[in-house]
Write a protein that binds this ligand. Structure first.
Ligand code: SF4
Length: 289
């Protein structure tokens, strides 16, 4: 097991007291350490929002991208060198708002990337506006009369888009979260972990108290993770029970060839190991003169 301190940088997070991001960060580091991963073979790509600086807190390779573009950057990294373990870390605005299109395509392509989404159901960094996952009726700074739209259902969307590993964690249950993050990283293919993340500063609806009697572990309840139809039903159970029952755990898991396994240019040889000496770029460069 790699020492967890090996994944830690000197940067100190500036999150608010009680923010769920602290536990998520600790759970991901713990999973990397349990899996005995090497820091120099791991890459963390982050986006914009309160989770945006995640890539600064891991002593791995990292890239802080722009809003909604975690997955295009992570895709480039993975396709360049398939041997790397690539984690994408973003928020609900990042993943399901501005980056939604990338999310759907990453699911169907089955890129071998682990996507960890800090879903606090609100825009935290910009001080409390509606996000794509804010519940209907929720009053925020930008929706003072309550949200009138239906929220995005990330897990149902991922399953419908053919993702091969779909899970949900909770930021106040670190052992459970660590376990599913580790399993997601080990999964060969695209894995989504949507994490209910407490934001005590701005989300006054989905609090620890709110989650307390609603959350339950579907895997402990005997859910069959190979049953896609059942997984889709479970992914909508929260909204269909008017949030009386909110499942967490691994919803769906399937083995399927990854994008890298099928792409002729890289399936035999990593892009970084291709010969470049004999490539003639002169015609291409001439077009830009
Ligand atoms: Fe965490 Fe919310 Fe504070 Fe952002 S605003 S650091 S999500 S508690």
């Amino acid at each position: 097991m790699t020492n967890i301190q090996e994944f830690t940088t000197k940067e100190v997070p500036q999150w608010c007291p009680g923010c769920g991001n602290f536990i998520i960060l600790a759970a991901v580091k713990s999973a990397l350490s349990q899996l005995n991963l090497e820091t120099h073979n791991t890459v963390v790509v982050s986006g914009i929002g309160c989770s945006g600086k995640d890539s600064h807190f891991f002593r791995t390779y990292g890239f802080e991208g722009i809003h909604g573009r975690v997955l295009p950057v992570a895709t480039g990294v993975k396709l360049s060198n398939r041997k790397l373990t690539v984690l994408g870390m973003g928020g609900d605005g990042d993943a399901y708002g501005i980056g939604l299109n990338h999310f759907i395509h990453a699911c169907r392509r089955n890129l071998d990337i682990t996507y960890i989404v800090h879903n606090n159901e609100i825009y935290g960094l910009t001080t409390g506006q509606v996000s794509p996952t804010s519940m209907k009726g929720m009053k925020t700074k930008s929706t003072p009369h309550g949200v009138i739209e239906q929220p995005i259902h990330p897990l149902a969307l991922a399953i419908a888009s053919d993702a091969t590993f779909v899970a949900r964690g909770y930021s106040s249950n670190m052992p459970h979260l660590t376990k599913i993050v580790a399993e997601a990283i080990e999964h060969k293919g695209f894995s989504l972990i949507d994490i209910f993340q407490l934001c005590p500063s701005w989300n006054k609806v989905n609090t620890a108290e709110w989650f307390k009697d609603r959350l339950y572990d579907i895997n402990e309840a005997g859910h069959d993770t190979s049953d896609k139809k059942k997984a889709f039903e479970k992914a909508l159970e929260d909204v269909n029970t008017n949030y009386e029952k909110v499942p967490i755990g691994i919803f769906y898991k399937e083995e399927r060839a990854t994008y890298g396994d099928e792409l002729p240019q890289i399936k035999e040889k990593e892009l970084i190991n291709h010969e470049i000496e004999n490539i003639d770029m002169s015609k291409t460069l001439a077009r830009f003169k």
